[in-house]
Design a protein around this ligand. Structure first.
Ligand code: AHR
Length: 332
């Protein structure tokens, strides 16, 4: 086959696959088309826009520090915007980065839906998007990679350890994360998947505490006023809400961790301190230290190297008996 014909077929294929040549499979690889004429970029050449969702939790604070510190260490020019938990601010941030022609946009979408239009704008401008931490419900050709946790599995893990803790029998109240967010959706579903096997474990109420300590405390106070001693367990979608619930339980005159068992997610330092104090029973890890992996992915993407469609974080489960030994090693 003549070279001109091969090039022509290649151009057709590239136009079908789009600028990043993405396949639709979750574990597939996606790349920008490498340009042999261009020298390979280094970290110091990168300009990255990052649309962070806010500062709602200890987890988020650690996540932001990880992104900023890694950029500084690598010499990447980072343009960082904090959307203060408003989706419209995150969309505006992405549009700013498009105008600024950054090399890559990183974003932790506050909720799953409502991103398609702005992601399409980025793709039309030839700027790849890497989704970090929380998924967005968009077609897979609109982003190059998703770096983050398996939230469904976190919910399942929480239910399994809860079942052991309460010997398969409990009246549970659930503190849900931000409504419509990927971790809240999946932690809600994953927990229930496992609970089906335990007929004597019931969720007697479920309300959003928006991933914050203050709201977690408010919602738990209301649960206690409504159900009192009937509550035997709390499932909190993050540590901050669990810490708020602990305060509410103590103010109500019960012992958190004893009268009411508590399982939460994140494994932040505050959770370890609560476990050492005997007030929290389990924390399931959700890793926020995503800076190094994010910039590594970004560099690969601008250099046209293949990247996985999903890069899952490796995460554990922590119990009070190990908390004192592990706490000094925790970075968040
Ligand atoms: O998206 C990750 C979640 O967001 C963390 O579990 C929670 O603490 C944070 O606010």
């Amino acid at each position: 086959m003549k070279i001109s014909r091969i090039l022509f077929l290649g151009a057709i294929l590239a136009s079908i696959l789009g600028p990043w040549g993405c396949s639709q499979k979750p574990d597939s690889l996606s790349t920008l088309q490498p340009d042999a004429a261009k020298p390979e970029k280094k970290y110091e050449d990168l300009i990255i826009g990052y649309a962070q969702l806010g500062a709602e939790s200890e987890w988020r604070a650690a996540n932001t520090i990880s992104i900023k510190e890694t950029a500084e260490e690598l010499g990447v020019e980072l343009r960082f915007l904090d959307a203060q938990q408003k989706q419209e601010n995150q969309i505006e941030a992405v549009r700013k980065f498009i105008i600024q022609k950054v090399d890559v946009i990183g974003i932790s979408p506050i909720v799953e839906t409502g991103w398609e239009e702005v992601f399409r704008e980025a793709k039309a401008a030839g700027i790849p998007i890497i989704i970090v931490d929380r998924r967005a419900a968009v077609p897979e050709d609109l982003y190059v990679s998703y770096l983050g946790s398996d939230f469904l599995e976190e919910g399942r893990k929480a239910a399994r350890v809860m079942a052991e803790l309460v010997a398969g029998k409990a009246n549970i109240v659930e503190l849900v994360g931000t409504i419509g967010s990927a971790p809240a959706n999946d932690r809600y579903t994953g927990f229930r998947e496992i609970l089906k096997n335990y007929p004597e474990m019931q969720i007697i109420d479920s309300q959003s505490g928006d991933f914050t300590r203050a709201r977690g405390k408010e919602v738990m106070t209301a649960f206690l006023q409504k159900y009192g001693n009937k509550i035997t367990a709390v499932y909190a979608h993050n540590d901050d809400m669990a810490l708020g619930a602990i305060e509410a339980i103590e103010e109500y005159g019960l012992k958190p961790g004893e009268d009411i068992k508590i399982v939460s997610i994140d494994a932040a330092r505050g959770a370890f301190e609560a476990m050492i104090a005997g007030k929290l029973n389990v924390t399931v890890e959700c890793n926020p230290l995503l800076g190094p992996q994010f910039f590594e992915l970004a560099l690969k993407v601008v250099n046209g190297q293949p990247v996985p469609k999903w890069v899952p974080s490796i995460e554990g489960i922590f119990f009070p008996k190990d908390a004192s030994e592990i706490l000094p090693t925790r970075k968040y």
